[in-house]
Design a protein around this ligand. Structure first.
Ligand code: ADP
Ligand code: F6P
Length: 483
């Protein structure tokens, strides 16, 4: 067996150009953080974009970018500003992303963006084909590359190809509104195995294939001439040990060595007696339900004034897709809401919300996860949501309460969390109160079960399961062909 070629839009590393040099930082987002552990351990190369427009990398630094990428077994695909606009901001994030997350009114159907999407998928296909040996396995990731499996299959009919979709697959009634629905489904069906986070996404996909391509499936297999495509669900896990060890290490550090951020969190505890900390962490994305979360927190302070000075919401939002108008509007809305609530409820000793609009180093994330009493995660739609899982893994003393939206893929596995409907303010308000007042024994009882599950189904196990199913699917097809 050869190597595994992982392909995703973005590499796990982000290149930034400083005055005369380059700076390499880890990419933020579930796909990159999750798959990194699998990539590190195995014999794999990862093909993707560095996050910089090609024209902005000075010629004398291009070699260095390549070198830095190679150190992490990565191969960069260069995207021009025009491609980034049409393929990434355009078709990926103004068409597919909103549609697949049920924000139909945000979805734009621009033929030019579609053309760009096709061209850039072809560019990724060429990068794969240049590096592909017949015995390699190809693993394509996510909605930016839905056409890639077929493009590779057309050139290499016998190669083993897996595809995993990290975002929801919407109901066929939503999907069918897409003008290029046939091409998208055919693109995905170039794979031997198509994976989703949940059974529902898998069902929606199979129904779309039946409705739009008129192809039936039997026991999750679609027969296409001399090929069979298997469809299945694989809920992505996290590197549990990494999060739990990091949390333990940081807790055992002498306080003089703590980060400034941790000191600020300690200050929270000291400056407000018995104050509890609620955290929320996400990319600033309209699918994450951030605005409703802030509103719900405001309603909570209104309904339960005894909690003034006794609780604080620390909200961490990473800038994301800042060229897309809806993200710019959301930024404004969040700034205003935070201002409004802080303006209305703050006292000289207390600010109800601490809001950070930036990416943070891993250590700070761990500080936040492990210092908090409650994690408030309220997406209106989310393929999985790894933050919920990371939060549970860092709770080494098993205290802490997770409030989680039923619209996140993770809710299917994390039943012991307080599950809420993100559109139901009353329910969120009550869940916040329940969480803040939950007896320690109950917190521990719930987290014990959650941790047991997350420890068992790690990201490593997820990747292994997917790859084993891919091999099984391929072997079965070879057998059928031989018979
Ligand atoms: P998505 O893939 O939609 O971004 P997930 O919750 O699945 O959502 O994954 C987000 C990932 O990004 C997590 O692994 C989380 O640790 C990381 N992350 C989120 N916010 C930040 C932040 N402010 N700084 C650094 N990493 C972050
Ligand atoms: O899982 C959804 C996803 O779009 C990933 O493909 C991506 O890594 C992450 O969210 C962050 O998005 P972006 O790459 O657009 O910053």
């Amino acid at each position: 067996m050869g190597k595994t070629i992982i392909i995703s839009n973005r590499l796990p590393l982000q290149i930034n150009i400083t005055e005369k040099d380059i700076e390499v930082t880890p990419s933020v987002g579930g796909l990159a953080t999750g798959l990194k552990s699998f990539h590190k351990e195995g014999d794999s190369i990862w093909i993707g974009w560095t996050g910089m427009p090609e024209e902005e990398i000075p010629d004398d630094l291009k070699g260095k970018v390549l070198e830095e990428a190679k150190k992490q077994n990565c191969l960069p695909v260069d995207l021009t500003s025009e491609e980034i606009e049409g393929f990434y901001y355009g078709f990926s994030n103004r068409t597919i992303w909103p549609l697949f997350h049920y924000f139909m009114e945000y979805s734009e159907f621009e033929p030019e963006d579609w053309e760009s999407y096709k061209r850039v998928n072809q560019k990724y296909a060429e990068a794969v084909l240049e590096n592909l040996n017949d015995d390699d396995e190809v693993w394509v990731h996510d909605y930016q590359l839905l056409l890639l499996p077929k493009m590779i299959r057309d050139k290499k009919p016998n190669v083993t190809i897996g595809f995993f979709n990290h975002i929801p697959f919407p109901s066929s009634e939503v999907f069918r509104t897409l003008p290029w629905r046939e091409e998208i489904l055919e693109g995905m069906l170039g794979a031997d195995l198509i994976g989703f986070h949940t059974y529902d996404y898998e069902r929606h996909f199979l129904r779309s294939v039946k409705l739009i391509l008129r192809k039936d499936s039997t026991f999750n297999e679609i027969h296409l001439g001399n090929r069979i495509v298997r469809v299945d669900s694989f809920p992505m896990g996290i590197d549990y040990q990494k999060f739990s060890d990091a949390s333990l290490n940081q807790q055992n550090q002498p306080s003089s060595e703590n980060s400034n951020f941790q000191k600020k969190l300690d200050y929270h505890k000291n400056s407000t007696s018995d104050a509890k900390l609620i955290i929320s962490i996400d990319r600033l994305d309209y699918t994450k339900g951030i605005a409703n979360r802030i509103r719900a927190y405001g309603y909570f302070l209104e309904k339960y004034p005894e909690y003034k000075e006794k609780v604080r919401l620390v909200m961490l939002a990473v800038p994301s897709r800042t060229n897309v108008p809806q993200y710019q509007l959301l930024k404004k809305e969040v700034d205003e809401l935070v201002g409004r609530i802080n303006g209305r409820f703050a006292t000289v000793n207390w600010t109800p919300i601490w809001y950070f609009f930036r990416s943070m180093p891993f250590e700070n994330l761990i500080d936040l996860y492990s210092s908090s009493d409650v994690a408030l995660i309220t997406p209106t739609r989310d393929g999985m949501n790894l933050v919920a899982k990371e939060y549970i893994a860092t709770r080494t003393d098993q205290t802490g309460v997770l409030i989680l939206s039923e619209m996140a893929g993770a809710a299917h596995e994390l039943n012991e969390a307080l599950i809420i409907n993100p559109n139901n303010f009353e329910q969120i308000v009550d869940a916040i109160k329940t969480a803040l007042e939950m007896p320690k024994e109950e917190q521990i009882r719930r987290n014990k079960m959650l941790q047991k599950r997350l420890k068992r189904y790690t990201v490593e196990k997820w990747a292994k399961d997917f790859m084993n199913s891919l091999r099984e699917a391929k072997n079965r097809i070879s057998k059928i062909k031989a018979e």
